[in-house]
Design a protein around this ligand. Sequence first.
Ligand code: NAP
Length: 311
Amino acid sequence: MLYDLIIIGAGPAGLTAGIYASTRKLKTLIIDATEAGGQLASLYPEKGIDNYPGYVMTDAGHLAGNLVNHAKSMSCELHEREKAIELKDKSGHLLLVTDKTSYETKAVIIATGMGLFTPKRIGAPGELEFEGKGVYYKLPDRETLEGKKVMFVGGGNSALEMALLVCEQAETCLVHRRESYRADEVIVERVQGSNIEQIMSSQVVEIKGTDHVTSVVIKTDGKLEERPIDAIVVNIGTASEPLEMEGWGVDLEEGLIKVDTDMCTSRRGVFACGDVIAYKGKYKQIVVACGEAAIASNSAYKYIKEPYWAK
Ligand code: NAP
């Protein structure tokens, strides 16, 4: 079977590229090494999103689900848990080799995002010992936090948004190592208007407990303070595993794929979009990834069909 287009990665960029390809009736396959939905579904499904146009407020899991359903309803074929490994040339077409089989296609869009993520750790004693027993990197089931003392760590959007999600049902505090936050002003404003206790210019230096976390030691201006805590949720960023790019045969810039304004890579028939690409002014937002995906899909269409209006 010969596909018109194969999209590697089923996050917002890959799914949007698939939706646009379907409006052009391209025979399209989207494959993903894990589950469809990308960072939205895997990293923070409960997180509120208030900057995706058309939704005053939605959550990441809902948006991811909608994107997946939209792509499927447009007849995109979707293969989950299949890892793309290498892109070869085959008689004027491309051959995508995966860990299960290989597929021949006229064009490819790479939309693999930032790769697989691992949460960054604080590095404090007790952190590893109590992981899953009071130390979390994703928000645990909110019901389990009801009435508990919960500490969030970090000053970015993720930490502040997570804290806002539970502050109504748990005694919530937020520890950040600086005097001001990195998060968007609108989110900071919500935190400041909430009942979240904000502990600024402070670092977590030790996590203590028995079979579960019971307290956390923080350091502020050189002074140590031990606070009784039931759960600590760490959101200090993520480290992505180095992206495996060798197999694509495209030019890179600081480890990401170089594209021109048409989302064309250095390799004929191969396009890219989303967090895996680099260009001056790149802004890592869902809506930007979706915009790039529409361009990549249109460029792939022009490459495959050579319509009269694109000559
Ligand atoms: P982030 O923006 O990188 O913030 C990480 C926070 O953790 C920073 O405040 C940082 O402090 C702090 N930190 C880092 N290492 C630390 C350490 N060892 N000890 C204590 N604190 C430490 O990460 P994020 O919040 O996960 O967000 C990641 C990206 O996704 C960002 O681009 C963000 O804008 C985006 N995002 C967007 C939305 C949205 O648009 N609604 C929601 C979530 C995430 P410093 O500030 O001192 O460096």
